[in-house]
Design a protein around this ligand. Sequence first.
Ligand code: PEP
Ligand code: MG
Length: 570
Amino acid sequence: MIQLKGIAASDGIAIAKAYRLVQPDLTFTKITIQDIDAEQQRLVAALEKTEEELAAIQRLTHEKLGEEEAAIFGAHLLVVKDPELIGPIKQKIADEAVNAEYALSEISAMFVSLFENMDDEYMSERAADIKDVSNRVLAHLLGVHIPNPSKISEQVIIVANDLTPSETAQLDRNFVLGFTTDIGGRTSHSAIMARSLEIPAVVGTGTATTSIQDGDLLIVDGLTGDVLVNPAENVVATYRKKVENFTVQQAEWATLLHGKTISKDGVQVELAANIGSPNDLEGVLRHGGEGIGLYRTEFLYMGRENLPSEDEQFTAYKMVLEGMEGKAVVIRTLDIGGDKNLPYLPLQDEMNPFLGHRAIRLCLDHQDIFRTQLRALLRASNYGNLKIMFPMIATLQEFRDAKGILLEEKENLLAKGVAVSEQIEIGIMVEIPSTAVMADIFAKEVDFFSIGTNDLIQYTMAADRMNEKVSYLYQPYNPAILRLVKIVIDAAHKEKKWAGMCGEMAGDEYAVPLLLGLGLDEFSMSATSILKTRSLIKKLAVADMQALATEALQLATSDEVFDKVKQAVN
Ligand code: PEP
Ligand code: MG
């Protein structure tokens, strides 16, 4: 048995066989060939296999995820049959007596660069299609296997270097029982998605893809961060018992489903959920969410080939607002960039994407995209209790500009006779230290704050949230972070505004006592953490937690704070 240690990223324990979602090595050498006919036949055979494979993936994706998701494979099928692409490849084999791998790579690279340089959205999508199809054909020529998660039809645990948010979103919960990755941290988006899909996950193991083979029996313990490879029978039995215990604990928490969240000394706070799609609503209600504290709308834009239309967005937002039946729903405007990209909106490669052109910065530059989203939100506002939140605000001017555009779109709609709610609150994420420090100034103009600790910690500690080598600097209990959080909460309260938190820290059992003491009004977290947190808060007295927080703010290190909290709550 091999044991790997990673970061516990999503609660629960999964026991199943490994499915490696690892891109194969597609390198080859250029060879001069003797038999041109035979080489062209090799190419044709690889094209046929690719076509069969794409048709199967298209069918399965259609069955499991729907027509829209399957459409991309329709486009790929057109590429694999396109005579304007295939003809020149065959010609190159004949003219230059080169192997099919070389001819294919050269010709497809030529088309890709041609299309990419056209600065046209449709053409850059075609470039992406050609790249993808050409890799598949190359894999068949080389006799290696390209994994495809939509083809999984038995229960497995996914093993990957990393999972992009869109790959994670495509995982079928009926078959994918858990996952483990080489890289990533607790706040990487694949980890966040795992929690919303309620799939146990361990990320940042460093060596999952090199230590685990397809078909190995795995135990992924998302509670401790352990991954066991080919464990002995008795170990499996112990873990099956652990699964049972976890289920019993969950049943206990479930008794708190319909109650409010009130501390031992009678202070009520709100426990809301973070979601990425209307599909997550069912889980929010099942886990007793009192509202939505963060709807990450970018997932609506991902895993597809074009921008979602205003109506499509309106439908999604309306669904969430109606589903929550008048409870608060904080919808965050598009936060793309960083580790989340849109294939159809090519962004410049950046040295530091997390410090780059992302979120509100990108929206203020691409106002057409931003305005479409704002109109959809404003129209949906009639169906519930909508609060609009701008991400990654670093300066007051950005907030004023974003709010100005929102109000312009509102006026335009009203002028056209479209109803818009008058009750919409407009707030910001506080996830950049400059904004936390200036919270007193912001508090005069915003309706609320939601502290995004995933980014606030990465920017305060200068530690990339995707890099497991610096994950030790993800320190929610560090007094530096606690002091920033206190500044934000106090500034909000001084202006009679509310302060929430939607970063992962809000659902962390050792941070919750401190946040309660600091006066946080709303805690927004993965739905699966809500009942556990409600159970915890019921056992804590705010007055005691205030004393604890005051002490913690004066301590020197994260470890000292952690130990202090542990002593206080255990
Ligand atoms: C955060 O930064 O804390 C946050 C909630 O936003 P995201 O994780 O989507 O960047
Ligand atoms: Mg963020």
